[in-house]
Design a protein around this ligand. Structure first.
Ligand code: 8GP
Length: 700
């Protein structure tokens, strides 16, 4: 809940920290201690309003200030060649503007094992907090100017997720966190071992996407400029110290920094990046003489009128390991995103499928289910999730299945009570709970979900009643600058408003957009869910981790063959998973000839839904309100194939209705889901990172 991340990427890191501590792996998480986390989402007139999240206002009991651990972080200035005592040239980075990074530690306890690891969060402080002379001279604002400038660095979490946004401060943040963390790791290693030569044998930095990728250049700077290593020796050590995890296939989410910005803020690091790029370019040209296209694609510094540094390319070149986060994602990384790098560095690319911690995501959030598990297989499942296979012997046991059904109902009741209190809405609870919670993004297709809900509403109005009554819950934050995502939230609220107000309908359908989705809400929603919506356009969701949390808690998934859904379906059994939609390959193949308008013209249900939305059925006070969303689908290409998958989605939802009527068989499917998720425990993922990438023994 301290909103120190945006979505799945940060939540995954939390699970990893929990598993490292539990497995006795000496791992430290590094991050930023933002004064303000991701915004709090309020819904006003159906629309998202961002409010500041001042999570530290009343202090944090888990925040341990390490006053003795501070480092100086430099920005700006210029680079000057100088000579050392032996007459060798080195580069001095001088006339910089400095800030102080101060360590705040959050303890990360393992599970009943006396291990406590650390999440170290850096906080920015000024070198000179207060200019008394200026203050006395009457310049009160000027007297704290330096302080403000420093503190702004860690003021607020970058407010955007996978989209373009305000850049310079973000770069400042990234370097701040990288510089402090590297100085810290190097100082600790040096203090203990007295030299840096075996640094890579005892440390690995696992880059959590490219936000810390500047560390590669910074490590080179420290080794070459400060420790006076030769380039080759420094490069070999650096490359052995870094591994890179990629978390997205969206091209617009790949980080690029304008050269001019780096030149101003981090001139020496830019020199070093250029040198890394130059050497890589020579190697590529030697191996593929004259292949300009390949050379251009692999270049770290993208040429052109506004040259920029591609952080993914830097990360691949500067790491010994590159991994995606699900089998499909890792395969697409190699085939579609970085085929040239894959050919150039054979063996460097690999897969590490994500996982989530069963401590928080079953034991803590779902005590009723946890008790059933412990009663059935003993307590060992908490640290060995494979043991839950043991509940399968109850798959034909009616009273066991009844107990599962009942505890799910109790969880629904608990959620309904909570929402009544928190949102002021009373939801019907004795029915199927259908939940989609995640960041709002076009590729995640909340819109497809809403179209289905609207379709269901229109059918009920027309007297065609569904076989199963549902409560549909949607939650998630939209990036503040992501206009389409905000409109999708608006539409969800509009549809909810109309559906819930209609007495004729409410017996069969209720809808709520749950405001301010966050971890503590997920802990209540997930245990209460029957149907987990994992409906991204195939080929776009790197993995997903919510999908795992739901299945572990006995929800059935309706989903596409995307991200880790593929592996979840294999694990739980195809007969216990509601699959629909185009595959990643089909999406690619259909791209050129896709005609969404034709789909609309030939599917009467779809036409009805879109016509209703664009004629104002859900926005009678302003009929044209949602036309831009419909335009996006009909006339602007429907980039994420919402219309192409609509028919299959509706059909599969109808199959869900039918399946839910057979309470016994539904509970049995839920049982198989919960029982077979062992490989999606983050313990299993971390074992695999430890063995295959870090080369460290696992203690437990
Ligand atoms: C997310 C992916 O979207 C999600 O599928 C995956 O489960 C999660 O990472 C953990 O691996 N990716 C991001 O949050 C992300 O790429 N953020 C962009 C800024 C890089």
């Amino acid at each position: 809940d301290p909103g120190l991340g945006n979505g799945g990427l940060g939540r995954l890191a939390s699970c990893f920290l929990d598993s490292m501590a539990t497995l006795g792996v000496a791992g430290t998480g590094f991050g930023i201690r933002y004064d303000y986390g991701i915004f709090r989402q309020a819904i006003v007139n159906g629309q998202q309003v961002e409010e500041p999240d001042s999570w530290l206002l009343h202090g944090s009991p888990f925040d341990i200030f390490r006053s003795e651990t501070t480092y100086r972080v430099k920005y700006g200035g210029r680079v000057e060649p100088q000579r050392d005592a032996e007459g060798n040239t080195f580069y001095a980075w001088i006339e910089t503007q400095d800030v102080i990074a101060e360590a705040h530690d959050v303890p990360v306890p393992g599970y009943h094992n006396d291990v406590v690891n650390t999440l170290r969060l850096w906080w920015a402080r000024p070198v000179v907090p207060f200019d008394l002379a200026l203050f006395n001279a009457g310049d009160h604002n000027g007297s704290v100017q330096q302080r403000n400038k420093a503190e702004h660095i860690t003021r607020v979490l970058y407010p955007n997720d996978a989209g373009p946004a305000g850049q310079e401060l973000r770069l400042r943040q990234e370097y701040f966190f990288v510089s402090a963390s590297l100085q810290d790791a190097i100082a600790r290693h040096h203090a203990r071992w007295g030299n840096l030569d075996d640094f890579a044998d005892r440390n690995v930095f696992q880059l959590n996407d490219t936000h810390p990728a500047l560390a590669i250049a910074e490590m080179m700077r420290i080794l070459v400029d400060e420790k006076r290593f030769g380039w080759e020796r420094a490069w070999s050590l650096t490359k052995r110290s870094f591994a890179y995890t990629n978390h997205t296939l969206l091209p617009e989410a790949l980080e690029k920094w304008p050269v001019h910005m780096l030149d101003k803020m981090l001139p020496r690091q830019l020199d070093i990046i250029r040198e890394i790029d130059r050497r890589l370019g020579i190697d590529v040209a030697l191996r593929y003489p004259g292949d300009e296209v390949r050379a251009a694609e692999m270049a770290i510094v993208e040429r052109g009128p506004q040259p920029s540094v591609r952080m993914a390319n830097l990360s691949i070149a500067g790491s010994f390991s590159v991994n995606g986060v699900s089998a499909l994602h890792s395969q697409l990384l190699r085939q579609r995103m970085f085929p040239h790098f894959d050919a150039f560095f054979p063996g460097r690319f690999r897969n590490q499928t994500n996982g989530v911690t069963p401590r928080r995501w079953i034991e803590q959030c779902n005590p009723r289910l946890a008790k059933l598990f412990t009663d059935t297989v003993g307590p060992g499942w908490v640290t060995n999730l494979d043991l839950l296979r043991g509940i399968e012997k109850h798959a034909e046991d009616t009273s066991f299945l009844e107990r599962m059904w009942k505890l799910k109902q109790e969880n629904k009741n608990r959620l309904v009570k909570h929402l009544e209190h928190e949102v002021g809405v009373v939801l019907p609870s004795e029915r199927l709970f259908d939940v989609q919670i995640k960041r709002i993004h076009e590729y995640k297709r909340q819109l497809l979900n809403i179209l289905h809900v609207a379709h269901r509403y229109l059918k009920i109005r027309a007297g065609e009643l569904p076989k199963t009554a549902r409560t549909v819950l949607i939650g998630g934050k939209a990036a503040s600058s992501y206009d389409v995502a905000k409109r999708i939230i608006h539409l969800a609220n509009a549809v909810a408003g109309v559906v819930n107000a209609d007495k004729q309908v409410s017996e069969h359908l209720a809808v709520l957009f749950v405001p301010n989705y966050r971890v503590s809400l997920a802990e209540k929603l997930i245990p209460a869910t029957d149907l987990s919506e994992q409906i991204s356009t195939a080929g776009y969701e790197a993995s997903g981790t919510g999908n795992m949390k739901f299945a572990m808690n006995g929800a059935l998934t309706i989903g596409t063959l995307d991200g880790a859904n593929v592996e979840i379906r294999d694990a739980v059994g195809a007969e216990n998973f509601f699959l629909f939609g185009l595959t990643a390959q089909e999406v690619l193949d259909r791209q050129a000839a896709y005609n969404p308008r034709q789909v609309y013209e030939t599917n009467a249900d779809l036409k009805n839904v879109l016509d209703a939305i664009q004629s104002g059925v859900f926005s009678p006070d302003e009929p044209g309100r949602f036309r831009p969303l419909v335009d996006l689908l009909l006339d602007r290409g429907d980039r994420y194939f919402v219309l192409a998958d609509f028919a299959a989605y509706v059909e599969t939802q109808n199959a869900v209705d039918v399946a839910y009527q057979d309470r016994r068989s539904w509970s049995q499917k839920a049982l198989y889901n919960a029982a077979r998720m062992g490989s999606f425990s983050s313990d299993s993922t971390i074992r695999s990172y430890a063995r295959e990438i870090w080369g460290v023994p696992v203690g437990v």
